[in-house]
Design a protein around this ligand. Sequence first.
Ligand code: SDX
Length: 466
Amino acid sequence: MHENTKAITDLILKVREKSRQETGNEPAPEMPKPIQWPIQCLVGPGLEGAIACESKVGYVNGAKGWLVYRGYDVFDLCAYSTFEEVSYLLLYGQLPGNSQLKAFKEKMVKYRSIPSTIRLLANFPVATMNTMSALSFGASLMKQELFSQKQDNYRFENGRTISADEDSIPMETRPRGEEHAIYEFNRLDKTKESAEGLYPGADYESSLRLIAGVASVAGAVARLKQGNLPIDSDPNLSHAANLIYMITGKYPTAVQERIMDIALILHADHGINASTFATLVVASTLSDIYFAVGSGIAALNGPLHGGANEQVLHMLKNIGGSDRVDSWYENARAKKEKIMGFGHRVYKAYDPRARILGPLAEYLIKENDDPEVKQLFDVALALEKKVIATLGVEKKIFPNVDFYSGIVYSSLGIPVELFTPIFAVSRVSGWVSRVMEYLEHNRIFRPRAMYSGSFNAEYLPIEKRT
Ligand code: SDX
């Protein structure tokens, strides 16, 4: 293990001990037992408190500040595991053995390279699109590409030769038009409708394609937003290293790769949060897992949810200096504004993810002393202190996962508009894992509303209406 990456493991274990000391006297959670449906629960607006399903994928204890994936404490997974192992764990329910991890990684290499899908995406005005809408669109194009490949096979069945080795062209040297293309293929015979319909529902292979491919779509969106050509994934790099490489065009250091890998582990799953719920709702209609993930991406975009990480950076820049935190804070509170990166529906303790991301941000800043990021971090520390001393006491409001993640990503050279897409790149593992689990005992989501409107209204023609 690289000397510095060992220092990161030690940092995580130290933070774990601090967390356990600080929350040790919080009430121990009642141990889960099999649910006998139907059950009673106290439900507030926004389904607050509602139990939507039973799950073994992950558990969040808001009082203790615990985050557990398939029984494993997230602190241990960050200290010792990788995003590939954790994605396998979430999806299949246990950590992989050597041969299983090797096969999983081979699938990731294969499904991360989607140049023809990226070419389709590059034909759209991604540079002027919201990054999350481009990401959601790219996820749907992955499905379309698969579908058209089915038609490709249809072409093969017709004995038509396709000498296309377009997929071997590095994305930087896109063919300059048909006459220069080193491939040629016969036009699809449009007169024959393919017998295939859209794939129904969800399956593990689609889940693997999405875990691998959403990272490549995020990389392509980043490059196209910067006015560059997308870069195909490098088969020799890990998922975390490929994500940095496909976004920035640079190979990360061992420390940068390790910290991105930990950030991906931390964001992978988090109970039935809004984007996971959106994904499950769409999947429960037996729609399509690519569309379901697209819905999760759309929900994650909101500033109350995954979009907060980008808003935090704008907020810290807007504050401008740690000496301005107090006046800024008083002003924000006077206007009853929500402080981005703080508060949580479940955590009434310090979010364990923020406990790790804060020190990682500090570690990275020491490594690459970028004055601008250093200043943002100083503002963040001052704001954290201020909020904990006020809202933390009054309302148990503490930093959440989004408060420090943006500083970590900035230190890794990631542009701010890619922060929320990176959240989705990680969370797609939790989304597809919960979809596959839920579909085992599927029941379409259909909650109710309390109707408080009127009855027996008399219909009046328009000329008689006031
Ligand atoms: C994520 O659910 C998940 O697990 C989400 C997530 C995941 O991994 O999937 O953890 C990721 O979305 C993290 C949250 C990122 N969002 C933000 O940082 C945006 C700022 N946070 C808030 O909008 C808010 O805290 C929420 C949306 C996160 C939670 O909101 P709740 O549970 O609906 O809480 P609430 O709005 O009912 O607030 C309760 C009280 C209110 O005061 P009163 O009206 O009772 O006087 O706390 C106050 C709120 O005004 N409050 C805040 C605050 N968050 C809550 N006050 C100031 N700043 C805040 N950030």
